[in-house]
Ligand binder design. Sequence first.
Ligand SMILES: *Cc1c(COP(=O)(O)O)cnc(C)c1O
Length: 422
Amino acid sequence: MVTLDKSKELFDKAKTLLPGGVSSPVRAIKPYPFYTESANGSHITDVDGNEYIDYCLAYGPKILGHANPVIKQAIIDQLDKGWLYGTPTQLEVTLAEKIASLYPSIDMLRFISTGTEATMSALRAARGFTRKNKFIKIEGGFHGAHDAVLVKAGSGATTHGEPDSLGIPADFTKNTLQVPYNDIEAMTEVIESNQDDMAAVIMEPVLGNIGPILPQGDYLKEVRKVTEENDVVLIFDEVITGFRLAMGGAQEYFGVTPDMTTLGKIVGGGLPIGVFGGKREIIDMISPSGPVYQAGTFSGSPASVAAGIATLGVLEKEKVHEKLAATGDMMRSNLSDIISDKGLDYNVGGIGSMFKVFFGDMPLNYQDVLKCDKEGYLQFFHNMLDSGVFLPPSQFETNFLSIAHTEVDIEKTLDAYAANLK
Ligand SMILES: *Cc1c(COP(=O)(O)O)cnc(C)c1O
């Protein structure tokens, strides 16, 4: 049993200063979160001196593990030269060229500071380009915390978006239409019945924020076909899957090329970043080339871009995706064995370096995953923490592998699953 005395003390104080005691809601683990002192490789250490094997990895960015020496040096080298100029840099040209060479959907791109900004700006560009207003998002798909995408998953196939938060006028989400994942009929129907005003479809190619939940059969190809036939801009939100499933993201992995792509998380090597890119004629709409306004003081932040360039270098040089896919396969098959040995009706989902035990049937969409035993999962999460394994604190968050996880880590982790799954 780990003790969290100092963390508890900090959290009690934090609750008087920060809403919910945290800087982002998912961190408010009940009854209180552990406070991190430091992290290295696959391990994260809290202020009470407890050490955990980390599968949360900052919710995705740390594919090379914590404090990777190559990335650290790249950041230090940049800090020596200053870290914010308000002018263009060679770094952004280098990283843009690299990204464009890896993502066939990206002819041009803009750097910003977060994934939230990426999807917000991508939607604005798609709407500006098509001069249409409506867009489709997938139920349970997460695209950050801006107004237009922050809508409750509806019950019907064509539910008009109800704001998921106070402070968002219903007018701001009335053009956000939702359809279930893996349901091409529902998407086709909504596109066809709103054709006059349908600008875009935005989707995570693999649902990463309630899963991982995978596309079934030719779903992504069918999405590509119906959007193309109806002149609807297809945006893949690859903030998680970009540089995680493959260098070229889910679009490379599944061989489906969208019109626009958003990136974040891994591409900043652990520093804040966002990217949106796409076909030249769409991205050329962005100011100052075109009439779609977009700007940011920290956009293309030199330290983030330097960390990103270094990260992509390590990913390629060390064949990280190949290695992590093998570890992921091994993990998933061992977890499945543990579950069937125990006669539990749980399921192991995932792909590449993403995995998750679902406390219920294998979900294919948002409504499915809601049926999983999320209270049971939360108890399990705490038991795993006691066993020295830090999983994301929810049934609805993906577990990630990094290149820093060792065989010993994996063995310990599987032992902890075996001891705690029930
Ligand atoms: C994390 C995430 C975002 C938001 O990125 P931030 O950098 O947290 O703003 C957007 N889309 C997806 C798919 C994400 O996973």
